[in-house]
Design a binder for this molecule. Structure first.
Ligand code: PLP
Length: 377
C-alpha cells in the first residue's frame, strides 16, 4: 500500500478500536429503542445511562448535566439560539468556529445584540475586553476553549469568572479541547460546554452539551421527550456508547499523550529548521499539543496542501469546514497575520496514532516541496 501520513487530526480523528468494539452490539443485536418500556429496550437504556455517567466523570460533571446531540455544531447552535430566544445579549470572540459565528451573525441581523471580541496576535481573548463588553444585565459570554486553526487555548477560568462577576453565563465550545486537555467544568466555572466525539477518536455524528444543573436552556430540537425533554430524537445509542468509550480512553492517557505529542511537535519543528525552512508558527503561546499552524512567506497554502497530498501527506489550510474556500481564514485575519504569510499557511495536526516516522516523512516532503516552489518562483 502507498505510504500515507494523516496529519489532520483537528479536522477529525481515527476511531479508536476499543470504541468500535464497544459500539458493535448496539449496531447489530441490541437495537431496541431506548425510549420503549419493554425488556428488549433495557440494554439500550442502560447503555445510555452508563455512557452519560462515564462522560460526566471525564469532565467533572453530573450525569444529568450531559445532553447528547448530533455533533459539536448542534451543541453550539443550541446555546446561541437558546440565548437569543431568551433575549440574552451575546458576547463571543472573532475567532470562533463557524458553528458559533454563523448563528451569532443570524442573531445579530435580527436584534443586533451580539458583540465579537478581537484577539491578540497569539489568538488570545483579553479578559478585560470581555469584562468591558458585558454591559447588559443578562447575557452569555461564549469563548472557545481551543481554536481549531491555530490551537490557542483561552484563559477559560478567568473568562468564566468575569462573566459571573457581571451576572452572565459562560459557555465554551470545547470541541477541540475535550479529550485533549484535562477539563473539570466545576473547577473552571463553566456553565455550558460543547463537545464532539469525532475529535477525540470517537464516531462522527455524535456530540454532547454540558448544561450546569439549574440553567434553563430552551430546546433547539423539539419533539419527543428524549434527553429529559430538552433534545428530541431517537437516541443514537451505538454512537453514544462509542463516544463514551473513546473519551474515557483518551482521558485515561491524556498526560502521556500530551508528552508524546509535544515530542512529535519538537521533532517536526527541529526537522523543518534543519531542512533550512523558514516559517512562522501561529498561536503557539498556549496551545493544544500537536496543532501547528505554520506560515511560509511567498508560498501558497493550497499548493502546499495539494503537493503534500500527491505524496500521501494529509494536512489542511485552515479548518476542515473552510477547505473549499480560497479566502484567508477569519482566524488568520483576526490575529493580524500579514497577507503573504496568511496565504502561505498550512495546519498540521498530529494525533496519538502518528509516530516519529510520520513526522520524518512529513518534514522530508514539506522540505522538498517548499524549496522546489522557491526555485520555480
Ligand atoms: N467547534 C470547533 C472548535 C470545531 O473545531 C468544530 C469542527 O471542526 C466544530 C465546532 C463543529 O463540530 P462538528 O464537526 O461535530 O459539528
Amino acid at each position: 500500500m502507498k505510504r500515507y501520513v494523516y496529519a489532520d487530526n483537528a479536522a477529525t480523528t481515527r476511531l479508536s478500536m476499543k470504541a468500535y468494539e464497544a459500539m458493535k452490539p448496539y449496531l447489530l443485536n441490541e437495537y431496541g429503542n431506548a425510549s420503549q418500556p419493554y425488556s428488549f429496550a433495557r440494554s439500550s437504556k442502560k447503555a445510555l445511562k452508563n455512557s452519560r455517567e462515564i462522560i460526566a466523570r471525564c469532565i467533572g460533571a453530573l450525569p444529568e448535566e450531559i445532553y447528547f446531540t448530533s455533533c459539536g455544531t448542534e451543541s453550539d447552535n443550541w446555546v446561541i439560539c437558546g440565548a437569543a430566544k431568551r433575549n440574552m445579549s451575546i458576547v463571543t470572540s472573532s475567532i470562533e468556529h463557524h458553528a458559533i459565528l454563523r448563528p451569532c451573525e443570524d442573531v445579530q441581523r435580527v436584534n443586533g445584540n451580539v458583540q465579537f471580541l478581537p484577539v491578540s496576535e497569539d489568538g488570545l481573548v483579553s479578559v478585560e475586553d470581555a469584562k468591558r463588553s458585558m454591559q447588559n444585565s443578562c447575557g452569555i459570554l461564549s469563548v472557545m476553549f481551543a481554536n481549531n486553526e491555530i490551537g490557542t487555548i483561552q484563559p477559560i477560568k478567568n473568562l468564566a469568572k468575569a462573566a459571573h462577576q457581571k451576572g452572565w453565563l459562560f459557555h465554551t465550545d470545547a470541541v477541540q479541547a475535550v479529550g485533549h486537555v484535562p477539563i473539570d467544568v466545576h473547577e473552571l466555572g463553566v456553565d455550558m460546554l460543547s463537545a464532539s466525539a469525532h475529535k477525540f477518536n470517537g464516531p462522527k455524528g455524535i456530540g454532547f452539551l454540558y448544561i450546569k444543573k439549574g440553567i434553563e436552556l430552551p430546546p433547539l430540537i423539539n419533539g419527543g421527550m428524549q434527553e429529559s425533554g430538552y433534545r428530541a430524537g431517537t437516541e443514537n445509542v451505538a454512537s453514544v456508547v462509542g463516544m463514551a468509550s473513546a473519551l474515557e480512553e483518551n482521558v485515561r492517557v491524556i498526560g502521556d499523550t500530551n508528552l508524546y505529542l509535544q515530542n512529535l511537535e519538537t521533532r517536526l519543528l527541529d526537522g523543518m529548521r534543519h531542512q533550512g525552512l523558514i516559517f512562522k508558527r501561529n498561536g503557539a503561546l498556549s496551545h493544544i499539543f500537536g496543532n501547528l499552524s505554520l506560515s511560509f512567506a511567498g508560498q501558497n497554502g493550497e499548493t502546499l496542501l495539494h503537493r503534500l497530498d500527491l505524496n500521501g501527506v494529509f494536512v489542511s489550510t485552515g479548518s476542515a469546514c473552510d477547505s473549499r474556500r480560497t479566502q484567508v481564514s477569519h482566524v488568520l485575519k483576526a490575529i493580524g497575520l500579514e497577507g503573504s504569510l496568511a496565504k502561505g499557511t498550512i495546519r498540521i495536526s498530529l494525533g496519538r496514532y502518528n509516530n516519529t516516522d510520520d513526522v520524518e516523512y512529513l518534514v522530508e516532503c514539506l522540505g522538498k516541496i517548499v524549496l522546489d516552489n522557491k526555485l520555480k518562483a
